[in-house]
Design a protein around this ligand. Structure first.
Ligand SMILES: CC(C)(COP(=O)(O)OP(=O)(O)OC[C@H]1O[C@@H](n2cnc3c(N)ncnc32)[C@H](O)[C@@H]1OP(=O)(O)O)[C@@H](O)C(=O)NCCC(=O)NCCS
Length: 215
């Protein structure tokens, strides 16, 4: 299988469980650039923060080439990688869109402000199946329900293909864990790695949700 994900130790030496396409190996990290204001790997956990409504013109749709630059910008900001590496990741990811994978993108005012990936994985130590992977929202637009919609759209896409779905998270990433909880994900077990991804602090969690057809 061409695996979709692989871990990285980011520029601060952490392993974060962020997602990259295999084939961009550690050697390319020499091209990594430091940013003055990069996106935090995980959003700060603020369960009581007030959320705002989504932008009026928010559009959430399947990604295509016109979104590639915006997706690459978000990827580059979060991963602290050079534009060329982010572009390569984006092209590989869009290239995998098929019956087995999708990339959903959120735009407002013609700007890409979020994306989410779903793909089929057959990891060694976890169930084969469809997984939600890598949902990222521009920090300027966080807490406006955008990841919720990106997740809803991916689940709708998956609903036509499966009746259960998995995802995994770094145990420290409580924002994403809360986000997915609202979709009925239940914890299966703790993991230290999956499909080439290892987790900062060594602690990851695998989740599963049933996906009944819409009535
Ligand atoms: C996690 C992430 C995608 C959430 O995006 P978002 O658009 O801000 O999320 P939403 O506004 O749709 O939030 C939906 C729910 O998720 C939970 N949530 C989202 N961000 C949260 C935070 N910072 N703290 C606590 N809960 C949070 C809340 O339950 C929220 O509902 P509420 O706003 O009604 O309380 C975003 O913070 C992000 O891009 N983080 C960095 C990348 C990342 O960690 N991705 C996941 C692993 S790849």
């Amino acid at each position: 299988m061409e695996m979709f994900t692989v871990s990285r130790a980011n520029a601060r030496g952490r392993r974060c469980g962020a997602l990259r396409v295999l084939g961009i190996d550690a050697g390319t990290r020499s091209g990594r650039r430091r940013r003055l204001a990069c996106m935090p790997v995980f959003a700060g956990y603020q369960p009581s923060a007030l959320s705002l409504p989504p932008p009026d013109d928010l559009d959430v749709t399947m990604a295509d080439q016109k979104h590639a630059e915006g997706i690459a910008r978000l990827y580059s900001d979060r991963e602290e990688v050079a534009t060329a590496e982010a572009n390569a990741w984006t092209q590989r990811t869009l290239g995998r869109m098929s019956e087995r994978g999708c990339v959903v993108v959120a735009t407002t005012d013609a700007r890409v402000v979020g994306y989410g990936v779903a793909d089929w994985l057959d990891p060694d130590a976890a169930p084969d199946g469809f997984y939600l992977l890598g949902v990222v929202v521009d920090p300027e637009f966080q807490r406006r329900g955008i990841a919720h919609v990106l997740t809803e759209r991916r689940l709708d896409w998956l609903r036509e293909r499966t009746d259960r779905v998995f995802y995994f998270a770094n145990a420290s990433n409580r924002a994403t864990i809360d986000l997915h909880r609202t979709f009925g994900f239940r914890q299966l077990n703790h993991i230290t790695s999956i499909a080439g991804v290892t987790f900062d602090g060594g602690k990851g969690i695998l989740y599963e949700a049933g996906l009944p057809p819409r009535s």
